[in-house]
Design a binder for this molecule. Structure first.
Ligand SMILES: [Mg+2]
Length: 362
């Protein structure tokens, strides 16, 4: 079955809900901000046969996507969906390269459309995307900025739950504190755990190289977004001088920017997120562009509902070159999810097998 030729019934109802997901740890903080909850928008798109597709988008203030704007655009866009004579994906989402709607809004409608179409077909979404069955990714859990001892204690608790991949937030205020954090966490999780670091743009290129040398003995593998998002030359400069895998996150905020970074040979890997790129198709295009250039493609954090995490996991299942660990477990530290049907088991997450995204509303 082709997604493009599938005939769907007209949309009969579109519902939008504001969602607040309090964090279990209200002091959770990274280099670009802190807040005690994750807020987002839920979309339920129902067709005339009563089948409902689910979409979700979280606020991403550090990329310029505030919740008020996202929610207003989603609500305005529902008028387009309601007037569609049939479930018209092009009308809802536009082209993956189109920038006229905020990327999280495109992602939300795209997600709901994919969920609905796969449910109508009675198959898990990854099958419509050409994916393999039974894909399980290791879950890279993110450690928020705290004292070294506090971060090590959080990491030890997660390791006891079965996690073996950890992403350490750093901030370069001062660098010595980051080094102490990394060493304390390595001590806590043991030599076998995979460790990555994420500066969220808080280092200069020179500082990033110095840090890389200072932690060479700790076995950290990936250094995510060391420098400001616009500093592509800086990313490349760090890449050519560091043994760490240099990964872009905030710099990879659209398909265009991914393509530009590949052309500049600026990074070794790219963190892919539905909300940055604008949906499943866009994420898969970005991943395939990376693979064609020999650059790593990894599924980054989808902080918010299980709905988003399930969508990213289905896409990953259809990407043979995707990195085997992903940041798809952050829902575990949030409460009040509107959806269920996806859990981390022993530090891994398996693609759902039920029709559509495989998650349902609570
Ligand atoms: Mg990041």
């Amino acid at each position: 079955m082709s997604l493009q030729t599938h005939e769907a019934a007209p949309i009969s109802d579109v519902r939008v809900r504001h969602v607040v997901m309090p964090k279990e740890d209200p002091t959770w903080r990274f280099a670009l901000g802190a807040r005690a909850d994750s807020v987002g928008v839920l979309l339920e798109m129902e067709d005339a046969d009563g089948v409902v597709g689910l979409g979700y988008a979280s606020e991403v203030p550090h990329l310029g996507y505030d919740i008020d704007v996202l929610e207003a655009v989603v609500r305005a866009r529902t008028a387009v969906a309601r007037q569609a004579p049939a479930l018209d994906r092009q009308a809802l989402v536009g082209s993956p390269w189109q920038q006229s709607l905020p990327a999280p809004v495109r992602s939300l409608f795209d997600m709901a459309w994919h969920d609905l179409v796969a449910k109508k077909a009675g198959v898990p979404l990854y099958r419509l995307l050409g994916g393999r069955s039974g894909v399980t990714l290791r879950v890279n859990r993110i450690l928020a900025l705290k004292t070294p001892d506090e971060m090590a204690a959080v990491a030890a608790g997660l390791a006891a739950e079965g996690y073996d991949h950890f992403k350490i937030k750093i901030e370069c205020r001062p660098m010595a504190l980051d080094i102490a954090r990394i060493r304390a966490i390595r001590e806590a999780v043991g030599p076998g755990a995979v460790m990555t670091i994420d500066a969220n743009q808080s280092y200069t290129a020179k500082e990033a190289v110095i840090l890389g040398e200072a932690i060479a003995d700790t076995g950290v593998q990936v250094f995510e977004q060391p420098v400001p998002r616009g500093d592509i030359a800086g990313l490349r400069w760090v890449r050519t001088r560091s043994n760490l895998t240099i990964e872009a996150d905030e710099s990879a905020d659209s398909l265009e920017s991914v393509a530009a970074m590949l052309k500049a040979e600026a990074v070794d890997a790219v963190s892919l997120k539905l909300s940055k790129l604008g949906g499943i198709d866009a994420l898969m295009i970005a991943a395939n562009l990376c693979a064609a250039q020999g650059v790593g493609a990894r599924i980054g954090a989808h902080v918010g509902s299980r709905i988003m995490n399930a969508a990213a996991l289905h896409a990953a299942s259809a990407l043979p070159h995707i990195e085997p660990f992903a940041e798809l477990g952050e829902f575990a530290r949030l409460t009040n999810d509107v959806a269920r049907g996806l859990e981390v088991v022993d530090g891994g997450i398996a693609v759902p097998t039920r029709p559509g995204l495989g998650v349902s509303l609570v």
